[in-house]
Design a protein around this ligand. Structure first.
Ligand SMILES: C[S@@+](CC[C@H](N)C(=O)[O-])C[C@H]1O[C@@H](n2cnc3c(N)ncnc32)[C@H](O)[C@@H]1O
Length: 325
């Protein structure tokens, strides 16, 4: 049987796409934004879905081995201007609703994902609150910052992943840290492995005629510079004749490791072009890079279950749940 995944704060399903690629099966999704809900429905037409975690009851969530939560990061992100309200914020505070549900079901494992600003928000106190809440429910924990550029996509994107396994800290550590990293031998750690392939040129097009690009994109943010104060223009591409343009939505999808048009809704012609682009940029900027999630999925399966190739019926279970990408 495939490892069953219930997803909270699903966005456009970057985490689920990667976990499925590894051989897990998605059982449930929860997402509030109508645009994202539409994309989820397109890719996972048969999965039960809730639209507000504050209203979800434990009996709404099908029995699952792993619960995932990429809870909103607006109140934690370093990209945000001004003070960060952290876990007291109306958005990031939805973490507490996740904990309420967790308490009622205690799935075998949890995976949390967020911006690395979670580590420093309120001098580290918010991160402590997260760890403490999971610890009090009996989860053994491990955490690690993973950067998308180390997983074959051309983007600097550092995110903190927290894995909890109920009453089993050893498995939590084994999931996030490969055995070769646990002997304190820095020379064999992931970031010192062979250099990441430079795929950026492939993502944006013809290397001779332009556009000209750097080897690696800066992190794709959900919000524009106007909202966050970050220099979004670093992700512009330029041509030898002097023209400059922003990434297209498909290029942003590629930089994030999604298949082309993952975020193109079936009713795209009913949305004004500018509005549609901005909805797509925003959704992709919020997402987990599927390649990172696929690595995590392999680790979850390896530690919690049998490896994919020995598990019968995994592909069928996955295909039954979603249409081909
Ligand atoms: C950081 S994003 C998660 C992205 C997702 N992991 C992905 O790969 O696409 C957080 C998501 O939480 C959603 N959200 C905000 N409030 C919510 C609520 N009350 N209930 C459920 N989801 C909510 C947001 O719309 C947003 O898509």
């Amino acid at each position: 049987m495939a490892l069953k995944i219930a997803s909270f704060f699903s966005g456009i399903g970057g985490l689920e796409l990667g976990l499925e690629r590894a051989g897990c099966a998605v059982t449930f999704q929860c997402e509030a934004k109508p645009f994202c809900l539409n994309i989820l429905q397109q890719h996972w037409p048969k999965i039960p879905r809730s639209t507000d975690i504050r209203r979800v009851k434990n009996e709404d969530v099908p029995d699952s081995d792993v619960w995932t939560a990429g809870f909103p990061c607006q109140d934690l992100s370093l990209a945000r201007m001004g003070t960060r309200s952290g876990l007291r914020g109306s958005q990031s505070g939805l973490f507490h609703d996740f904990v309420r549900l967790l308490r009622g079901s205690l799935p075998r494992a949890v995976v949390l994902e967020n911006v690395h600003g979670l580590l420093s928000s309120h001098g580290g106190r918010d991160f402590t609150i997260v760890l403490k809440a999971l610890d009090e429910l009996g989860y053994g924990l491990a955490w690690r910052v993973l950067n998308s550029k180390d997983f074959g996509v051309p983007q600097q994107r550092r995110r903190v992943f927290i894995v909890g396994v109920h009453r089993d800290a050893k498995s939590a550590g084994e999931i996030l840290f490969e055995p070769e990293c646990s002997d304190w031998n820095a020379s064999t750690s992931r970031s010192n492995e062979k250099k990441s392939p430079s795929l950026f040129q492939k993502v944006v097009g013809n290397a001779r005629k332009g556009p000209l690009v750097k080897a690696l994109a800066h992190c794709v943010y959900a919000e524009s510079a106007r909202h966050t104060g970050t220099d979004w223009s670093r992700n512009y591409v330029w041509y030898p004749d002097g023209r400059v343009r922003r990434f297209t939505p498909n290029e942003v999808e590629r930089v994030q490791g999604f298949p082309d048009n993952w975020t193109l809704p079936t009713h795209a012609d009913e949305i004004a072009a500018d509005r549609l682009d901005s909805l797509r940029y925003h959704a992709v900027g919020n997402a987990v890079t599927p390649q990172v999630a696929a690595w995590l999925g392999q680790r979850l399966i390896q530690v919690l279950e049998e490896p994919l190739h020995t598990v019968g019926g995994v592909k069928e279970a996955v295909e039954a749940n979603r249409v081909a990408a």
